[in-house]
Design a protein around this ligand. Structure first.
Ligand code: SAM
Ligand code: SF4
Ligand code: SF4
Length: 337
C-alpha cells in the first residue's frame, strides 16, 4: 500500500468520483441547457472515453493512495453500455468500502437489479419536483415524475439503500416543491438532500439571486415538520443533516454556496476522458489517460496523482467572488456532480 497523501491544507484523498460519459438523456436547465447542448454540440468520441480496463486501473491507484469511496456519475452513467460490468470490477477492488452511483433515474427501473447483483452498494437519484409540469420544465425533455419514482422503487427493492434523493433548488422554479418532497419521502427510509443551485460550468446562467439558501429550505420544512440538527456521519460529509423530531427519518442540505465546506473536502474527480480534477470548480486538470495510453506503470501513475494531490490548494466555494465566477470552468455534465 502506498503512503497516504495529504494536500497543502491537510486533507487526504478519500472519495473518487468517476464520470463514465458526458452524454445525458435529460437537458436539465441548470446543467445541460438545450441552447448549448443541442445537435451541434460535440460530445466525446468513444475512443476518447476511458475504457473499463483504464478506469479500473486508475481506481486501483487511487485506492492505494487512500480512497475508500467511489461514486460513478456523468452525464448519465446508466447510458454507458455495460455499466454493470464496470460496477462489478470496482466492487472487487480491496479497500473500497462504499460504491455508489448518481443517476437521473430514467433507466433505473430497468437496471437496478443488475447493478445490485454486480456489487453496487447504493444509489443517489436526482429528482427536482413531484409536480410533473415543474419537473418536465426542469429536465426539459418531458420526462415524467412517475418514471423516476419507478426507478427509486426498483432500487429499493434491489436493496440499494438507503437511497439519497438529490433535489437542486432554484429560486422561482421549484421552491414550492421543497415541502411536498420532504413530505413524500418522510418515513420511507430514503433521504432527500436539497442542493443549492451552484455556479458550476459557464453555461447555466448562474446568478446568486437564483440560489435558495439552505437555511431557508430548513426553515420551510421545519415550519411544517419540525427538525433537529444531527452530527455528521464522518468528517468531510457534504450534506448537513437534520432529523424529523417525530422520528420519520432525516433530510440533508448541501449548502455549497452559502456555507462552503472546502476545509473537509477529500474528493477527487476523473472526467469521462480521464482528466483528474481536484475541485468541482477547476478550470484545469491532469490528463491521466495519456499517461495510461503512453505506457506509464502503476507506480508512475501513483506518483503523478500523489504529486497533484500534495500540491492541491483548492477552496473555490470559500473564496467565490466576482473574480472567480468570471473564470472558465468545466461543465458539470463533463466532470460529474
Ligand atoms: N445525471 C446524473 C444525475 O442527474 O443524477 C448524474 C450527474 S449530475 C451532473 C449529478 C448531480 O449534480 C445531480 O444531482 C444534479 O442535480 C446536480 N447538479 C447538476 N448541475 C447542478 C448545479 N448547477 N447546481 C447544483 N447541482 C447540480
Ligand atoms: Fe443530465 Fe444529470 Fe445534468 Fe440533469 S443533472 S442534465 S440528468 S447530467
Ligand atoms: Fe471541494 Fe472545490 Fe467544492 Fe471546495 S469548492 S468543497 S474544494 S470541490
Amino acid at each position: 500500500m502506498a503512503e497516504q497523501v495529504i494536500d497543502t491544507r491537510g486533507r487526504p484523498v478519500r472519495d473518487l468520483r468517476i464520470s463514465v460519459t458526458d452524454r445525458c438523456n435529460f437537458r436539465c436547465t441548470y446543467c445541460m441547457p438545450k441552447e448549448i447542448f443541442n445537435q451541434d454540440y460535440e460530445f466525446l468520441a468513444r475512443d476518447l472515453l476511458l475504457s473499463f480496463d483504464e478506469i479500473e486501473r486508475i481506481a486501483r491507484v487511487f485506492v492505494d493512495l487512500g480512497v475508500r469511496k467511489i461514486r460513478l456519475t456523468g452525464g448519465e452513467p446508466l447510458l454507458r453500455r455495460g455499466i454493470e460490468e464496470l460496477v462489478g470490477r470496482l466492487a472487487a477492488i480491496d479497500g473500497v468500502d462504499d460504491l455508489t452511483l448518481t443517476t437521473n433515474g430514467a433507466l433505473l427501473a430497468r437496471k437496478a437489479e443488475a447493478l445490485a447483483a454486480a456489487g453496487l452498494d447504493r444509489v443517489t437519484v436526482s429528482l427536482d419536483s413531484l409536480d410533473d409540469d415543474t419537473f418536465q420544465a426542469m429536465n426539459d425533455v418531458g420526462f415524467p415524475v412517475s418514471g423516476v419514482l419507478e426507478g427509486i422503487e426498483a432500487a429499493a427493492e434491489a436493496g440499494l439503500v438507503p437511497i439519497k434523493i438529490n433535489m437542486v433548488v432554484k429560486r422561482g422554479v421549484n421552491e414550492e416543491s421543497i415541502v411536498p418532497m420532504a413530505e413524500h419521502f418522510r418515513g420511507t427510509g430514503h433521504i432527500v438532500r436539497f442542493i443549492e443551485f451552484m455556479d458550476v460550468g459557464t453555461t447555466n446562467g448562474w446568478c446568486l439571486d437564483d440560489v435558495v439558501p439552505a437555511a431557508e429550505v430548513v426553515r420551510r420544512i421545519d415550519e411544517v415538520f419540525p427538525l433537529d440538527p444531527v452530527a455528521p456521519n464522518y468528517p468531510g460529509e457534504v450534506a448537513r443533516r437534520f432529523r424529523y423530531r417525530d422520528g420519520a427519518g432525516e433530510i440533508g442540505v448541501i449548502a455549497s454556496v452559502t456555507q462552503p465546506f472546502c476545509g473537509d473536502c477529500t474528493r477527487a474527480r476523473i472526467s469521462a476522458e480521464g482528466v483528474l480534477y481536484t475541485c468541482l470548480f477547476a478550470s484545469k486538470g491532469t490528463d491521466l489517460r495519456s499517461l495510461v495510453r503512453d505506457g506509464a506503470s502503476d507506480d508512475e501513475l501513483a506518483d503523478v496523482v500523489a504529486r497533484v494531490w500534495a500540491a492541491r490548494t483548492d477552496r473555490y466555494s470559500e473564496i467565490r467572488s466576482d473574480a472567480t465566477t468570471g473564470l472558465v470552468r468545466v461543465e458539470m455534465s463533463y466532470i460529474g456532480g
